[in-house]
Design a protein around this ligand. Structure first.
Ligand code: FPP
Length: 230
């Protein structure tokens, strides 16, 4: 059975979930946030998983209406302030894969506060991808390698990995809720050998039961990493 070390979720479908019950999109984001807390705590409290990455805001999401972007930024501020003590108490280490450009000072400051107050924790590593793009992460890594004047012959996949936003292992299972079957520029380097799972439910309806089902499917997948099965 496959071991699950790094789980990733593209939390998609909050807006459509809200619309389906006649509510406005921001209500969907609020319910998505409440569900995300449940999922993180469930993974931390019950599963033997070391890393979880969550795509909560892409750089492209800034193209949405000002009202929606403002709502989400306020939700991030409020959410991370509220949850900081939970992360500390539960020994979770929280990191962010993100670009500072475009984010307000107060968001950057809460991000830095959460990262620094959990940096020595040894439990579940929670990686929030916020104002994140996979191609940008790779380009930014190239720039840092050039800044460090690394010799061309020393550039290996292992070295490159260490120049990404955070030192994370490959993703084993990538889930995108809402029925969409796309990657949308999410952790392009880290998903090279990931198994994909696309449940139809919108994120606010993605329960720990749904997660267990996804993991059961993942466990039975035939992962070969390019090798021929004996
Ligand atoms: C994409 O789907 C989802 C987002 C852009 C936002 C997700 C954010 C949260 C769940 C809040 C997280 C909060 C914290 C503090 C981490 P969509 O909702 O735009 O769905 P749609 O495709 O149905 O429009």
């Amino acid at each position: 059975m496959n071991k699950l070390n790094h789980l990733a979720i593209i939390v998609d479908g909050n807006g459509r979930w809200a619309k389906s019950i006649g509510k406005i999109r921001s209500y969907g984001h609020l319910k998505g946030y409440e569900n995300l807390k449940k999922i993180i705590n469930y993974v931390n409290d019950n599963l033997d998983i070391k890393y979880i990455s969550l795509f909560v805001f892409s750089t492209e999401n800034f193209k949405r209406s000002k009202d929606e972007v403002d709502y989400l930024m306020n939700l991030f501020k409020k959410g991370f302030k509220e949850e900081k003590d939970v992360y500390i108490k539960k020994n979770m280490k929280v990191v962010f894969s993100y670009k500072k450009e475009g984010l307000s000072k107060d968001i950057i400051s809460i991000i830095e506060e959460v990262e620094s107050s959990t940096k020595d924790n040894t439990g579940l590593v929670v990686n929030f991808c916020l104002n994140y793009g996979g191609r940008s992460e790779i380009v930014d890594a190239c720039k840092k390698i050039i800044d460090d004047k690394i010799d061309k012959n020393d550039i290996t996949e292992d070295l490159f990995k260490d120049y990404l936003y955070n030192k994370l292992p490959d993703i084993d299972l990538m889930i995108r809720t809402s029925g969409e079957q796309r990657i949308s520029n999410f952790m392009l380097w880290q998903i090279s050998y990931a198994e994909f799972y696309f449940p139809k439910v919108y994120f606010p309806d993605f329960t720990p039961e749904c997660l267990k089902e996804a993991i059961n499917v993942y466990k039975t997948r035939d992962r070969r990493f390019g090798k021929i099965k004996k």
